[in-house]
Design a protein around this ligand. Sequence first.
Ligand SMILES: Nc1ncnc2c1ncn2[C@@H]1O[C@H](COP(=O)(O)OP(=O)(O)OP(=O)(O)O)[C@@H](O)[C@H]1O
Ligand SMILES: [Mg+2]
Length: 500
Amino acid sequence: MIEMLDIHKSFSGIEVLKGVSLRARAGRIHALVGENGAGKSTLIKTMAGVIQPDSGSLKLDGQSLRWRTPGEAKAHGVHVIYQEFVQFAELSVAENIFMGDKRLSPGGFLKRRDMNQRASELLSKLGVQIDPTALVGDLSVADQQMVEIAKALSHKVQVLILDEPTAVISGLEVELLFERLRQLRQEGVAIIYVSHRLEEIFQLCDDITVIKDGELVGSRLVSEIDQSQLVAMMVGRQLADLYPKRKARKIGATVLVAKDIRSGSRVKGCSLSLRCGEITALAGMIGSGRTELAMALFGAEALSGGSITVDGAEVKHMTPALAIELGIGFLTEDRKKEGLAMLQDVAANVTASSLGDVTRRGMLDRAAEQRLAEEAIAQYRIACRGPSTPVALMSGGNQQKVLLARWARTANKVLILDEPTRGVDVGAKADIYRMMHEAADRGLAILMISSELLEVVGMAERVVVMRDGKISGELAGEDISEHAIMTLATKAHEEAGVPA
Ligand SMILES: Nc1ncnc2c1ncn2[C@@H]1O[C@H](COP(=O)(O)OP(=O)(O)OP(=O)(O)O)[C@@H](O)[C@H]1O
Ligand SMILES: [Mg+2]
């Protein structure tokens, strides 16, 4: 059993953990939940020796301990899979998994071939086929996450902590991860599991601890509470329906038409059209080419075939700059790599794609920038100290809101959102859904990529499903269901002999 007792932690005078306690028992899966910025990741980092608590104690199997480094925590079998994991892009998958492993040190006995072999075994236990010699930088975020999980499992673990492990994986991969976690629970590992997907908690976890604003709200048995009680504990109020009621909105003209687009190795001839005032979802399994198709539409990937037409005029060479000029916005799935300027503050990030609004005679108008940022902070309930908070210091969900605020300001025609609610808490999800409906009401065409089927069914008026680089079907209105989407996304219907 690992116990955290009365943990306090302040950053530059602001108390982020105000006496939080958590007890996770061996052979059980303990959910740690709370809104964005509640302090979950900070608490985890104190358990892992990454940051030092100001006060409070830590006990492992009744023994009081204090680690000064992550290495000391690891030596006691405490392993963490971080929300914002750090990997070495230029090293191979196997090298990342065994990085820092003593057996690999000079004179160690693990040879490269054995290392690759072991890495393969660990990954296939997780049910993924990843080449152990591939460079981590070339993998998708989902595969990088699987590598991170394999890395933790390459050690003897007593306590395994996962900070939003399913934020970047979906469907089958989630199932395989859960299977592995249940197996580890069986083997007596204490598991702490952080997630904003509440249905996962009811599926997987035994115990639950809720924190809010750095304070303990309570710990319960999962079997004791239901979803709406949990939401009330988290956000401190009853939440109405997560998905806004669909207003009878007039679907307008077609603004963007993609014809037989080909790009890279993953987009193999896709056609779709987007209409004003309509929320269209692009569904499909990870690796089906959804993100790559979206990147091609935005000009972030070159076309090797097909055409893109915006407002009836063919765009010969789409580039991101041209797309922005045409009123197309793109919220990327990888906010750290492609979206946010991590070292800059909220104000700079919110206005990054609409610099025209905050420059006067070529000079940055800092006051205008601050004002726009303050508006966005209020409108999207972004938890931060103000427009000059560096985004690097903000919680994951709040970083996502900053990016959304940016694109909602910039795009006036098409808004492409790749996994817009990844890592976002329930309250904020409701805010984002509301914002998407408002944008559609204003006449924007919205294309939402989502791996969460409930979200697709709850939000989309039309669903375009991809499979293996091609569009495998479209669903609209009453025909949209989880089952229908899954059928189109997987090969099931081919085997059943139904034509695609
Ligand atoms: N190094 C730091 N310096 C200053 N403030 C920090 C630092 N790390 C975290 N914070 C602040 O502490 C608070 C708690 O952040 P934390 O990342 O623990 O939240 P979280 O519960 O994990 O949220 P999320 O669900 O969004 O991941 C936030 O307000 C965050 O901005
Ligand atoms: Mg966090």
